[in-house]
Design a protein around this ligand. Structure first.
Ligand SMILES: Nc1ncnc2c1ncn2[C@@H]1O[C@H](COP(=O)(O)OP(=O)(O)OP(=O)(O)O)[C@@H](O)[C@H]1O
Ligand SMILES: Nc1ncnc2c1ncn2[C@@H]1O[C@H](COP(=O)(O)OP(=O)(O)OP(=O)(O)O)[C@@H](O)[C@H]1O
Ligand SMILES: [Mg+2]
Ligand SMILES: [Mg+2]
Lengths: 165, 165, 165, 165
């Protein structure tokens, strides 16, 4: 299974619709401090079902909606879309391409989408069960967090291994 | 279950020892259950001995050595439980040039089963990427993507002349 | 005593606002006592608004922005209570080139009263140093010092040809 | 007051006697991962009276004594010496140059020296009281720790300010 592209719109600093078509191998994202690179990582975590605002560096979930710049007003919705190459049928969907999406409105309302169909968050998360991809687990290593893999606190260290098993 | 945990633990341990030696160009490392009679509750000990050095507490390792050891463990877990996509945000921040190079070579061994998205400021990591994107904030507070060629990137990741994207 | 704490706090606050603007090339920041009636027990709120961006929680700042904000506060405290020597170990790790340059320029303002020892992998920081030393482990596990000239240092701090030291 | 030089012998990876003569302005220390740069910072903290092994990345204080490499056996003593230019009489000693030293033996015995005279740890620490230099306070920013200046835990954040006032 390969991730074909990531698309952000209204998510954090991505006020414009921006798409990253990914290589099947290694895609590198570069740029100056504060330009939005880590926000892309947050976007992928979020669309895969991350529910803890803290894990996205915010205090509340609505913190992920673009909330304005010196020239632009805040937006009302954050949206992230992921499209996967599913020719190997790793995902339990009988289609070569699978699109997942998530939206959050200022009102607090949320939408979760699989191939354009509205689903529950539960369905979106279950889609990836067993693939190893998801907000927990080892798909993500956040900025500054690599050291926590060697957590000295015995409980935290056990957590590292329990997520693996 | 206990059996599953022990099987996974042993596989992770095996991979950890091999990957550590590859990243450090020698030396040895291990993970051990403190209380093997009680695997689901036991603490876990991590030892790491870089080549030419004596074994000592991992707290005494340097910043770069800790990153390499953590990456060894992270990738050992990924090898035991492959995830299709892996997003790494500036994991090479503490690494010098040689260690960054070894880290990039490690990625090559995982490319069969895992797709990588790397956020980095390191030119060496950028040079190894198959595809390179820049994120910029031409309009302050608003992120945009630019396609970037390796030649457009200055030292430490600033984008010198974004081509017309 | 309360009076001493408030006086120091106000001075630190004043310096913090100015240093932040210098490091970010604009924007504004502040530190505020949550409970001004009870200064010795009060929580302290830190706000930081990089130029062109809206004020939002400092948890949402990027890695580099957090470093610059932290450095602003650290140096505000140093300005309020000068210490004769200041040893900084890789504080520039998360900074891009431009921000590293601004950090180096900040040091110039403190040189009258404070002597600095910087550990760094950044060529830009090295270029600003008055004196440069390399530490090597020619014999594995044993540290030695070499005098280094800026021309001997490769990208990201590896020492290319230590001169006969 | 300026620090003229730092001399290490038997301290961590410094099996040989190594001296760093410092510039009155900015001295930068560079080198590959694990070569001993941060150990120099630990050495200065230690000789100024740091008593917490954890703060020196060790588990016990004897962890700071060179404990061998593939070719060399462990040493019996760690020694660090600092020499200050005291022409401004910042230190309460009526001499233009003040040398402080600390030794730790495998047996656990310690020696503290001011200008070659054996003193108590208390005397060494009191020498620097009021100068802003010492293991706590703002003379040291350890690798990876700059972010803690913005500690989100209210108690930790207060500590940052209390050390300043
Ligand atoms: N809801 C939001 N609306 C608009 N901007 C936001 C929002 N949330 C976060 N931001 C901005 O996004 C920026 C952080 O972006 P990000 O963490 O992706 O930077 P980065 O490119 O990873 O930088 P670094 O190299 O320093 O780590 C911050 O300046 C922050 O103010
Ligand atoms: N008591 C000791 N005896 C010998 N070597 C030691 C001792 N304590 C620590 N070391 C070694 O010192 C090395 C760490 O050095 P240090 O932290 O100064 O590296 P560094 O130059 O700062 O590297 P980095 O750039 O990765 O931060 C480790 O390899 C560690 O094994
Ligand atoms: Mg980032
Ligand atoms: Mg270090």
């Amino acid at each position: 299974m390969k991730l074909k592209f990531i698309e952000l719109f209204g998510f954090k600093s991505f006020a414009e619709r921006v798409r990253f078509d990914l290589d099947r191998g290694v895609t590198a994202i570069v740029g100056p401090n504060g330009c939005g690179k880590s926000n892309v990582v947050d976007a992928v975590k979020w669309v895969l079902g991350e529910q803890r605002a803290r894990s996205l560096r915010g205090n509340e979930m609505t913190d992920v909606i673009f909330n304005g710049s010196e020239r632009r007003p805040p937006m009302d919705m954050a949206e992230v879309k992921l499209v996967f190459d599913n020719t190997e049928r790793v995902l339990p969907v009988d289609r070569d391409e699978v699109a997942i999406g998530r939206r959050l409105f200022r009102s607090g309302e949320s939408e979760y989408l699989i191939d354009g169909q509205n689903v529950r968050l539960k369905d979106l998360r279950e889609l990836f069960m067993g693939t190893g991809l998801g907000p927990g687990g080892y798909s993500f290593m956040e900025q500054g967090k690599i050291d926590s893999v060697l957590a000295s606190n015995p409980t935290d260290r056990r957590k590292v291994f329990e997520e693996a098993a | 279950s206990t059996k599953l945990f022990i099987e996974t633990f042993d596989r992770v341990r095996d991979h950890f020892q091999g990957i550590f030696r590859k990243l450090f160009g020698g030396g040895r490392a291990d993970i051990v259950l403190v209380d093997p009679e009680n695997p689901l509750e036991s603490g876990i000990e991590i030892t790491a001995k870089p080549p030419g050095k004596e074994a000592r507490s991992i707290t005494l390792l340097s910043g770069g050595e800790r990153t390499l050891t953590a990456v060894s463990l992270l990738f050992a877990i990924i090898r035991a439980h492959p995830c299709p996509c892996c997003l790494l945000d500036e994991v090479d921040a503490a690494l010098d040039e040689d260690n960054t190079e070894r880290f990039c070579m490690l990625l090559d061994e995982f490319l069969g089963r895992t797709q990588f998205v790397l956020i980095t400021h390191s030119r060496r990591t950028m040079a190894r990427a198959d595809l390179l994107y820049g994120v910029t904030m031409g309009e302050r507070g608003v992120s945009r993507r630019v396609g970037v060629r390796f030649e457009d990137v200055g030292e430490n990741g600033e984008i010198k002349e974004p081509p017309t994207a």
